[in-house]
Write a protein that binds this ligand. Structure first.
Ligand code: AMP
Ligand code: MG
Length: 400
């Protein structure tokens, strides 16, 4: 249908002009979830010298088999002082430096010890049970790339490379505003015709999971003065993004258009060829990106997944910003699709190692319970032809 913007084009416009936020340094202890602004180069070599990977005896392979005197001991952090002379063995433990002169480790299970003497039955291959210096990483070598998000394993690596502080991008500061005369905050008794606002909490949680700082601005009624005041507050606070939810009806759109015009900017609205999802609104208020999401809870969530998520990751400096699509098999047959890209709420099952995605029978974009129960979105391209159960489909997994 003419006039509907494809999802990819709308995303490109949402991301237009958006780049990683400035760099700051944070202590490694506070860096969980932060995104590296430059590659981290190792400050040391690991292991720092050849080390034993087992408990046993350090030997010269060429001396064996033999019964040898134990001439000393090497433990982790307590190296054997001096050089090993030929015809001796050194008691050694995991993580201990290999004494000079030794070229193999024999595990303790394979020897018999009697007082100060130890008997080796076989000749080991040189290098046996030795971790070579630099096996893991070497000083000066880049080990973590710019744009990587620090998570437990990468934090461990950064710490092992002896970085006490790391360069990261500033977190996106995101304000969230709910618009609608019908909304009340959770925990409040709704009046006649009112409902409890739920979008803002989901959006704030998404923002935090993407490494942003979320500020809830509460609910404003569908009035120009109230909406304008909230936008001005957000600008004054220096937020990077203001996400609004609601206001997708025609009159309310005019309201948002007015608000943006009052702020001296050009509003851009797209009717996006997707379902769920109504018009998406984007405006750049010199520094503050205003992203207007539809009010329907499922549309709000799916649009946040497709547009807000990538924008947050781009600002946060991530090098992977698009939602990951995987393939699965359809659990049931589907009719041919119309001109809109569908995001069907679905469950996932593992049938003999094969991932099967089954859409819920009712896909109403107001149904928060179905959204909460869903494990994935099935992505159906515009004009996809009818598909039978078992045919392949693309999915986006929803975080558990
Ligand atoms: P709108 O986009 O304002 O036309 O809203 C579409 C639908 O979503 C209406 O049924 C609204 O009541 C509902 N809605 C709007 N905002 C929220 C919200 N923050 N939480 C839950 N439902 C909402
Ligand atoms: Mg509304």
């Amino acid at each position: 249908m003419a006039g509907l913007t494809p999802v990819a084009d709308a995303l490109a416009k949402v991301l237009e002009g958006a780049g990683p936020l400035p760099e700051e340094w944070v202590s490694i202890g506070d860096a969980d979830g932060r995104v590296l602004s430059r590659a981290l180069v190792s400050r040391r070599t690991q292991p720092p010298s050849d080390m034993s990977s087992m408990d046993g005896y350090a030997v010269r392979a060429a001396d064996l088999p033999a019964t040898l005197p134990v001439a000393g001991e090497a433990a982790a952090g307590r190296p054997f002082a001096g050089s090993m002379t030929g015809g001796t063995a050194i008691r050694i433990f995991t993580g201990a430096g290999i004494p000079d002169g030794a070229d193999a480790v024999v595990i303790q299970e394979d020897v018999s010890r009697s007082g100060g003497m130890v008997t080796f039955r076989d000749r080991p291959a040189p290098g046996q049970f030795i971790r070579r210096k630099g096996l893991d990483f070497t000083e000066g070598a880049p080990a973590l790339a710019a744009g990587m998000r620090l998570e437990p394993r990468r934090l461990a690596l950064a710490a092992a490379m002896n970085h006490a502080a790391v360069p990261v991008h500033r977190r996106p500061r995101v304000a969230i505003l709910s618009t609608g005369d019908e909304l009340v905050e959770p925990g409040t008794e709704p009046g006649p015709g009112q409902i409890v606002s739920s979008n803002a909490l989901a959006l704030a949680a998404i923002v935090r999971r993407e490494g942003g700082e979320a500020t809830l601005l509460g609910i404003v009624p569908d009035r120009l003065d109230a909406t304008l005041a909230a936008v001005r507050h957000s600008r004054a606070e220096g937020h990077d993004i203001l996400v609004t939810s609601g206001g997708a009806s025609v009159g309310e759109h005019d309201l948002m258009r007015q608000v943006i015009a009052e702020e001296g900017a050009e509003p851009s609205f797209w009717k996006i060829a997707m379902r769920p999802g109504k018009p998406l609104m984007m405006a750049n208020l010199s520094g503050l990106r205003l992203l207007g999401l539809p009010g329907n809870p499922v549309a709000s969530f799916v649009c946040a997944t497709l547009f807000l998520g990538p924008l947050l990751r781009r600002l946060a400096g991530r090098n992977d910003i698009l939602p990951i699509e995987e393939s699965a098999a359809l659990g049931i047959g589907l009719a041919a699709n119309d001109h809109r890209q569908d995001y069907l709420r679905a469950t996932l099952t593992d049938t003999n190692g094969k991932l099967v995605a089954t859409p819920f029978p009712v896909q109403d974009s107001s149904m928060i319970r179905v959204l909460a129960e869903a494990e994935a979105l099935i992505v159906r391209a515009p004009h996809a032809s009818a598909a039978q159960a078992g045919e392949p489909c693309r999915i986006i997994r929803l975080a558990r």
